[in-house]
Design a protein around this ligand. Structure first.
Ligand code: VGL
Ligand code: ZN
Length: 193
């Protein structure tokens, strides 16, 4: 599949806290980095989302259940855990979208972030978005579903994502749910300049 000038790549939450050693590690989360890095040069429009929570975010639970609404403290704004993975090659001119900044509201989707992503993309003439990153069942899924709802043609780059997979099978279920909603699944090797 050819990448067009009207395509955007959305890299979801490839942050230290979602990688092994972080506060809310995704199994093999860091394995997405060498898959994503070569893709960055192929796209004219790059969006990096990041979870960017206040210290009192409503999803922080003591103890956490590691499920929706009940997470350990993670990705506190400006903390080392919230930094992008050190090997991810974030260009200086990439668009960075922060989300989950309201203490009282969960916000898994990049389209719920700041600055408003849908407006930014439409303003640049983007019609197709390719989604990758962490975690498949939460921020990747919700970003892809919102992309469809916003009228974009959405592709999931499946091998450039990893899931929490708790409970077991939840990542595969998330892919199925995205497909049902009209998201198309592709593989990084399918994408050509
Ligand atoms: C995420 C759980 C809590 C994610 C963010 O990036 O998928 N998951 N906050
Ligand atoms: Zn979060």
């Amino acid at each position: 599949m050819n990448i067009l000038a009207t395509d955007a790549l959305i890299i979801v939450d490839v942050q230290n806290d979602f990688c092994p050693g972080g506060a809310l590690p995704v199994d093999e989360g860091h394995h997405v980095v060498p898959v994503i890095n070569p893709l960055l040069k192929q796209f004219d429009h790059l969006v990096f989302t990041r979870d960017w929570h206040p210290h009192n975010h409503c999803s922080f639970s003591y103890p956490p259940e590691f499920m929706d609404g009940s997470w350990p403290e993670h990705c506190r704004a400006n903390s080392p855990g919230a930094e992008f993975h050190g090997d991810l090659r974030v260009p200086v001119d990439a668009l960075i979208v922060n989300k989950g900044m309201d203490p009282d509201k969960e916000a898994y989707s990049g389209f719920q972030g700041v600055p408003p992503l849908a407006d930014k993309l439409r303003g640049r003439g983007v019609t197709r978005v390719f989604v990758c990153g962490l975690a498949m069942e939460y921020c990747v899924k919700q970003t892809a579903l919102d992309g469809v709802a916003e009228g974009f043609d959405v592709f999931l780059i499946e091998n450039a994502c990893r899931g929490i997979n708790f409970p077991e099978g939840s990542a595969a279920a998330a892919v199925e749910e995205m497909c049902q909603a009209g998201v198309k699944v592709c593989w990084s090797g399918d994408l050509t300049p």
